[in-house]
Design a protein around this ligand. Structure first.
Ligand code: ADP
Ligand code: MG
Length: 489
C-alpha cells in the first residue's frame, strides 16, 4: 500500500552570545555544573530578566538571510509547564508575536533511483522563528540512580526555527537540517556544535494516503542532536506508524524519544496542546521594538550568503551546480577555494574546484578535520596547481606532492617547489628524451609491441604504463600517448 510521509522540523539553535538571554551569566560550554547560573537563571524572587540585544541581533541576521520580514514589534510570553529543569515554572518564549514569520530555505536533496542517484532542489517554507531561553539540563546518574540538575544551560539564548510540514522523506529532513546548520554557522550566530547541544532538532512526523486532504495525527520526536539520529528516527517512526495503521490501530498525537541504541522510538508523554501552556505576556519584559535603521545596519554587515555565492561561482568560474554546492557548504571552505583561485587565475578555477572538493575534502574527511585545520594551506595548494598547469609536474606527481606536504605538516608557502627540486620530480617534456625512453621500453617489452600490431588495444595502455614506471610518473601521459602512436605507426 502507498503512503505519503509528512514532516515538519522544529530546531533549537543556541545563539552565540557570551552571556545569557536575560542575565549576565556566562554561556561558555563545559564549566563545572551550576557555576554559571545567576539569580535570574535560578529564578530567585525579585530577580528580573534584562534583554540581551546580542541575541536579538543574531535573530535578525537569521531573518534577513532567509528573506523573512522582521517583526517591528514582538512579544515575550510565559510558557507554563512544570519540570525540574525549569526553575521559574515557566519558560520565557515568544508565541503569538514572534520576531520572525515566514521566509524559506532551499535545499538540495540527493535521491536514489534504482541504480543511479540524482539531486533535486526543494524550497522549505519556514513558519516562524522565535527567541526563547534554554532550560537547565537534567543529568541522570545511572550509578546513584539519582537525577541531578545543571543550570548552566538555563537561560542560554535559543532561536527556535519552525518549518511548515513541507518535507516528505527522511532524506529531505536531513538535507534541510544540514542546510539550516550550515546557514547559522555561516552567519556566525551559532557555533554549530551538535554534540554539545548547540543545534537540536525535533521532528514532527505523520503519514497519510496519497490524495487525502487532511494530515494524519503527528508524533513529535524530541532532541535529535545528530543528522544520523534524525534520519534513523524518522525512518523508524514512519515504519512504526504505517505498520500500526495497517494493523488496524490509530496514531495518537504524542511526544516520543529516539533510542539510538535500540533503533526505536519510545513514548515520552502525550503531546500538550497550546492551551496546556497557558501562554501569558510576560510583564517583566517590554515588547521587543526593532526599528528599520537597526535592521538596515545589520543587513549591511551580512556576509555574502551561500545561494548568492553559488550563483556567483557559476558565473565567475563556470563551475557546475554540484561543485558550487560542495564549495559553499561552509564559508571557510568557500574562502579557501577563492584564495586558491586568486593565486592561480580564473583560467584554472575548475582545476582548483576539482582539487578542493576532491583531494582536499577527501583528506579532511579521512582525518576528521575541518577546513580550518587543513594541513595544506591555500597558498601551498595553489603552488602545486600552478606547477601542474605550467607543465613542471604531472597531475599524478602533483597529488604525491600534495600528500607529502600534508604528511610533513609543511609550513613553507613554496613547499611544492622545494619538494620538486629536492626529489627531482620535474616532468620530462623533451620529446627527444621521451623518444629514447620509448625505444628502451620497446626493447624491453617487444611482446607488447607485437600485441599492439595484432590489434590488442590493451597492449597500448601497458606500454604507457611502462613508460610512466620508467620515468617514475614524471612523464605526461597525454604526451606519451601521442608519441607512442607516432612511433608505433
Ligand atoms: P507545537 O508548537 O505544538 O509543536 P506547531 O504548530 O509549532 O506545534 O508545529 C510544530 C511542527 O509540526 C511544525 O514544524 C509543523 O510543520 C509540524 N506539523 C504540524 N502538523 C503536522 C503533521 N500532521 N504532520 C507532520 N508535521 C506536522
Ligand atoms: Mg513547537
Amino acid at each position: 500500500m502507498q503512503w505519503e510521509v509528512v514532516i515538519g522540523l522544529e530546531t533549537h539553535v543556541q545563539l552565540s552570545t557570551k552571556s545569557k538571554i536575560f542575565s549576565g551569566a556566562s554561556t561558555r560550554f563545559g564549566a563545572e555544573p551550576n557555576t554559571q547560573a545567576c539569580v535570574v537563571d535560578l529564578a530567585l524572587p525579585g530577580a528580573l530578566p534584562v534583554m540581551n540585544w546580542g541575541a536579538v541581533e543574531r535573530a535578525i541576521r537569521f531573518g534577513l538571510a532567509i528573506f523573512a520580514p522582521i517583526a517591528p514589534r514582538s512579544v515575550f510570553v510565559r510558557k507554563n509547564y512544570f519540570y525540574p529543569d525549569l526553575p521559574r515554572g515557566y519558560q520565557i518564549s515568544q508565541y503569538e508575536y514572534p520576531i520572525i514569520q515566514g521566509g524559506s530555505i532551499t535545499i538540495q536533496v540527493e535521491a536514489k533511483k534504482k541504480t543511479s542517484s540524482y539531486t533535486y532542489e526543494k524550497t522549505i517554507r519556514l513558519m516562524r522563528a522565535h527567541l526563547e531561553e534554554d532550560a537547565g539540563k537534567l543529568v541522570h546518574e545511572d550509578s546513584t540512580r539519582m537525577t541531578s540538575i545543571d543550570l548552566n544551560r538555563a537561560g542560554i539564548p535559543l532561536l527556535e526555527i519552525v518549518t511548515e510540514p513541507d518535507m516528505c522523506s527522511a532524506a529531505e529532513a536531513v538535507a534541510y537540517a544540514k542546510a539550516l546548520h550550515a546557514l547559522v554557522v555561516w552567519l556566525d550566530i551559532c557555533d554549530g556544535n551538535m554534540q554539545n547541544g548547540s543545534f537540536r532538532c525535533d521532528a514532527n512526523i505523520s503519514v497519510r494516503r496519497p490524495g487525502e486532504k487532511e494530515f494524519g495525527a503527528r508524533v513529535e520526536i524530541k532532541n535529535l542532536n545528530s543528522f544520523r539520529f534524525l534520519e534513523e528516527a524518522i525512518q523508524h517512526e514512519v515504519s512504526r506508524q504505517i505498520q500500526l495503521i495497517e494493523e488496524g490501530g490509530t496514531i495518537v498525537q504524542e511526544t516520543r524519544l529516539y533510542d539510538e541504541n535500540h533503533g526505536e522510538t519510545r513514548s515520552m508523554r502525550s503531546k500538550e496542546d497550546a492551551h496546556d501552556y497557558r501562554y501569558l505576556p510576560d510583564p517583566d519584559l517590554m515588547p521587543l521594538i526593532i526599528n528599520k535603521e537597526w535592521i538596515a545596519e545589520i543587513r549591511h554587515t551580512l556576509p555574502e550568503l551561500p545561494d548568492a555565492m553559488k550563483k556567483r561561482f557559476t558565473n565567475q568560474y563556470g563551475l557546475p551546480g554540484y561543485a558550487t554546492g560542495v564549495l559553499t557548504t561552509s564559508r571557510a571552505l568557500a574562502v579557501y577555494y577563492e584564495q586558491v583561485v586568486s593565486k592561480i587565475g580564473i583560467a584554472n578555477a575548475k582545476m582548483a574546484a576539482n582539487w578542493v572538493i576532491g583531494e582536499l575534502s577527501f583528506q579532511l574527511n579521512r582525518n576528521r578535520l575541518e577546513i580550518g585545520e587543513t594541513l595544506v594551506s591555500a597558498t601551498q595548494l595553489a603552488l602545486v596547481l600552478l606547477r601542474i598547469a605550467d607543465g613542471t609536474i604531472s597531475h599524478k606527481i602533483g597529488k604525491e606532492i600534495f600528500y607529502t606536504i600534508w604528511e610533513e605538516k609543511a609550513i613553507d608557502d613554496a613547499a611544492a617547489d622545494r619538494l620538486i627540486e629536492a626529489k627531482g620530480l620535474r616532468q620530462i617534456l623533451s620529446s627527444e628524451t621521451l623518444g629514447a625512453i620509448l625505444d628502451e621500453v620497446f626493447a624491453a617489452h617487444p611482446h607488447f609491441v607485437d600485441e599492439y600490431h595484432a590489434g590488442k588495444n590493451k597492449a597500448f595502455n601497458a606500454l604507457i604504463g611502462q613508460v610512466m614506471k620508467v620515468t617514475q610518473q614524471r612523464a605526461n601521459p597525454k604526451q606519451v600517448s601521442e608519441l607512442l602512436k607516432k612511433k608505433l605507426s
